[in-house]
Ligand binder design. Structure first.
Ligand code: UDP
Ligand code: MG
Length: 332
């Protein structure tokens, strides 16, 4: 049975699992197998996999096609013209997800598929709109990474109105209405953790301890994570801008006081040893502050620049969706 909401067809009794895939050829088979196992024990609801190939350079796409051929009622896919990033993959997936509920999962089995049982059970409660997950440990992760991650959550939550749950993963199960709210935010600079928090709704958290990647390597380097973290701060808060103006104002005020003091001192005590050292320190300090503030402002302008172009978030090259085939819709 299908319900129609706007132009979008909602498939009742279906969980669409959106999976962004970038060079996941090594893990994909295992992942699909794990999902099939979960389906066997999941009564009353059907799982559908929406795999989004994010411009993989290995044979992920051919593998996806092969799997879609083997399991035509389980797997649909989208494929980008190049690598647009996980955020773009999620956005595309959510836009095309037609299940009554929509889950987001990584392809590397770091999000334990068997949690879907509990997530589905919890979302039966009409009060619950989203079942999200949170890692309680970061075992297997480099300690430096965990340390920065903790620091980041603290910093973000103290300066931004959009709070981030510590250790929260993108792994979650949502009602379709929540998905509609998420895709209604058209920004190019996407930071899902922030967007999910921003849209609100009733969220319950499931906790589990970290699982290491089943195969392959993480595509995030320390610096790409750093950049993503800055993205999160800048996209959801203008506190850094305010901070820049406050620091700028304070140092200007101090400089004026100090200037007055020097003039007075010269008038009263006459010219003493030329204070080049203090001058150099002041010039350096002020210059540094100005560069800092300029840098912060520049970050925001950079965002405006990108958003101003209004470019699409991703470009689809190929797709195979269930609704492309009418008989599939009718059979649901
Ligand atoms: N991913 C993607 N595009 C990218 C990078 C990653 O679609 O440019 C996908 C990847 O295939 C995986 C998920 O995003 O399904 C998480 O990536 P990864 O495991 O590398 O990140 P980590 O778990 O280390 O945060
Ligand atoms: Mg991973």
């Amino acid at each position: 049975m299908n319900g129609k909401r706007g132009r979008l067809l909602i498939r009742k009794g279906v969980i669409t699992v959106v999976v962004p895939c970038y060079n996941e050829a090594e893990t994909l088979m295992q992942f699909v197998e794990a999902i099939r196992q979960v389906q066997k024990e999941l009564v009353g609801v059907r799982l559908e996999l929406l795999l989004v190939n994010d411009g993989s350079t290995d044979n992920t796409l051919s593998l996806i096609k092969e799997l879609a051929g083997s399991y035509p009622n389980l797997i649909e896919y989208l494929s980008f013209s190049r690598n647009f990033g996980k955020e773009a993959g999620l956005y595309a997936g959510l836009q095309h997800a037609h299940g009554e509920w929509v889950a987001i999962m990584d392809a590397d089995l770091q999000d334990p598929p068997e949690l879907l049982h509990e997530m589905y059970r919890l979302i039966q409660d009409p009060e619950v709109d989203v079942v999200a997950t949170r890692r309680t440990s970061r075992e297997g992760e480099p300690p430096v990474r965990s340390w920065f991650a903790n620091l980041y959550y603290k910093l973000n939550n103290s300066i931004s109105k959009v709070k981030l749950a510590e250790g929260a993963r993108d792994f979650r199960l949502m009602r379709h209405q929540v998905v509609e709210s998420v895709i209604a935010l058209p920004e190019n600079n996407r930071f899902s953790k922030g967007i999910f928090s921003w849209v609100g709704y009733n969220v319950v958290y499931l906790e589990y301890s970290n699982v290491e990647r089943s195969a392959g390597t993480s595509s995030w380097s320390f610096w790409s994570l750093f950049d993503y973290a800055i993205e999160g701060l800048i996209s959801f808060s203008d506190v850094p801008l305010t901070l820049a103006s406050v620091i700028g104002f304070l140092s200007f005020f101090l400089a004026v006081l100090f200037g007055g003091y020097i003039v007075l001192e010269t008038l009263i005590a006459g010219v003493k040893t030329p204070g080049w050292a203090s001058l150099a320190v002041i010039i350096l300090g002020m210059g540094g502050l100005q560069l800092l503030c300029l840098g912060i402002v520049g970050k925001y302008i950079g965002k405006i620049f990108i958003e101003g172009k209004g470019r699409p978030i991703y470009i689809l090259k190929e797709q195979r969706l269930f609704e492309d085939k009418d008989e599939n819709i009718a059979s649901n």
